[in-house]
Ligand binder design. Structure first.
Ligand code: PHE
Ligand code: NA
Length: 514
């Protein structure tokens, strides 16, 4: 064709777009909750080990696979993998890298739309004078498609469609649109994050609530940062740490390969990928851990946090706590916090649209508009169940299958393809060509052996998690002939009960309609 080839406008734009892809709701909503639920300081060592042994290697693999496929005009994983492996099977495995995104974007943009509407609510002072339970109730009513304080019928659905449309509109402008949003969104996000984190530090140790006289923000920091080495022997913590590394770095999704496919074949990969990865870790480990947990601990006490740690804290607790800073600062804090979440979200959801668009372009010659709008339509169809049946756990199912299991499966397969089919020597050559830093040789060994092995362990661990996560005693029970009892949370158990759950959800929602 005579059209100029689509490419990134500048190196800065590329890095910000890649960092924007990685930095997302996972950094601020998922990381703190995972850390608390897995013992705080007990989580951080496996987490960092997984960053260096799974995260960095997979970044190298995905960036270089993408740039390699891009040389042949491929921009989505089915064809990128096809250009690396000789069997047709790889093309089908690559399909993961398109549909996982649509599964994740469906619930991800929904949370993004909550953030958007909460920015408005913070601005107009919806939470002024509300008690803690009133703020929580506001959220419950919101997601139940209940009353609308803005006078908009079906408010969450309205904002969901609006935010989806915003995504589609930006995507229809191509890479330039994504770069522009990243250039505005990332600096703002970091600014808001620093603002809130500094506030948390300054809450310091005074007991701020009569109800919780021991409340102390430092308890939150200490809980997260006092390492506990015994956790190294707990597979459950390792699984959670690996899962978080996947989600937060956006590996196993297909978005990184797609972005990298628009690189020039001589562009650097090594330094760019490490920079984007470290930027994500800074935002996660430094900013992500310095906001929700310390602020909540500063008012309500660490015990409250341990009992109530969950995803809702961001929407149910934070707006109430901000009220303690007076009307004016509450509005600033609310706008900063939900604005930060919104920018974190949109730079990631945009990334999730690109593999589909790239595929349709390469395969059927679809233009940007057609690609973007069809993506929006798919996301809407997939997303409606999460909006309409939020309480039936549809959301959790999406996050589990699309946002967790398929990432691990896909990453395992692509790492085998890269190191063992494409070949480690060729692969290393791809990683180091054009490199602006010297990649430590040890990564050649890590990528070839450690990463795939660790991935196999992670996958098997999730597949056959024993009841109550009791590995030692279940292994004993196996050897003494008493079999292996699976946990309801293991993949096998979940697979065998998925159909029952869907029937249950369907009958529940029918009852609700009646
Ligand atoms: N990495 C993003 C986050 O931390 C989520 C994401 C996953 C984005 C996959 C794009 C692709 O929230
Ligand atoms: Na992230």
């Amino acid at each position: 064709t005579s059209l100029p080839k689509e490419a990134w406008g500048s190196r800065l734009g590329l890095i910000l777009a890649m960092a924007g892809n990685a930095v997302g709701l996972g950094n601020f909503l998922r990381f703190p909750v995972q850390a608390v639920q897995n013992g705080g300081g007990a989580f951080i060592i496996p987490y960092l080990v997984c960053f260096f042994l799974l995260g960095i290697p997979l970044l190298f693999i995905e960036w270089s696979s993408g740039r390699f496929g891009g040389k042949f005009g491929n921009h989505s994983t089915p064809f990128i993998l096809d250009s690396m492996g000789k069997r047709a099977a790889w093309k089908y495995i690559g399909v993961f890298g398109i549909f996982t995104n649509i599964g994740v974007v469906a619930y991800y943009t929904y949370i993004e739309s909550w953030s958007f509407s909460y920015v408005l609510h913070a601005l107009i002072g919806t939470f002024e004078g509300m008690s803690q339970s009133q703020v929580a109730q506001f959220f419950d009513e919101y997601i139940s498609l209940g009353s609308s304080t803005l006078g908009i019928p079906l408010e969450p659905l309205f904002f969901y469609v609006l935010v989806l449309f915003l995504n589609v509109y930006i995507l229809s402008k191509g890479l330039g649109g994504i770069e522009k949003v990243a250039k505005i969104g990332m600096p703002l996000l970091i600014l808001f994050g620093i603002l809130l984190a500094v506030t948390a530090y300054q809450l310091g140790d005074s007991g701020r609530s009569a109800e919780f006289p021991d409340a102390n923000a430092w308890d939150g920091f200490n809980f997260l940062w006092t390492p506990q080495f015994d956790s190294l022997l707990n597979p459950k913590v390792w699984l959670a740490a690996a899962g978080q590394i996947f989600f937060t770095l956006s590996v196993g999704m297909g978005t990184i390969q797609c972005y990298a496919a628009y690189l020039d074949s001589k562009d650097d990969i090594a330094l760019n990928s490490v920079s984007a990865g470290f930027m994500n870790e800074f935002v996660e480990v430094v900013l992500g851990s310095a906001i929700v947990i310390p602020i909540a601990a500063g008012y309500l006490g660490i015990d409250w946090v341990l009992e109530n740690a969950g995803f809702g804290m961001a929407f149910q607790t934070m707006p109430f706590l901000f009220q303690q800073w007076g009307e004016f600062f509450a509005a600033i804090a609310g706008v900063s916090w939900f604005g930060l979440l919104f920018f974190a979200g949109i730079t990631s959801s945009l990334a999730m649209g690109t593999p589909w668009m790239g595929f349709m372009k390469d395969e059927f010659g679809w233009g940007k508009k057609k690609g973007a709008y069809s993506f929006g339509l798919l996301a809407l169809i997939m997303g409606l169940p999460t909006v309409l049946f939020y309480h039936q756990g549809v959301f959790e199912e999406y996050d589990y299958w699309a946002g967790t299991v398929s990432l691990v499966v896909f990453a395992l397969l692509e790492s085998i393809l890269f190191a063992w089919v494409f070949g480690m020597n060729k692969g290393w050559n791809e990683i180091t060509t054009g490199a602006d830093i010297k990649v430590p040789q040890v990564y050649k060994f890590i990528i070839k052996y450690i990463t795939p092995l660790l991935l196999i362990f992670v996958f098997l661990g999730a597949l056959i998690t024993p009841e109550g996560n009791q590995w030692a005693s279940t292994i004993q029970s196996l050897f003494s002939g008493q079999g292996w009892n699976l946990d309801p949370g293991s993949i096998i158990e979940k697979l065998s009960h998925a159909d029952i759950k869907i029937e249950l959800a369907a009958s529940q929602s029918q009852e609700e309609i009646r």
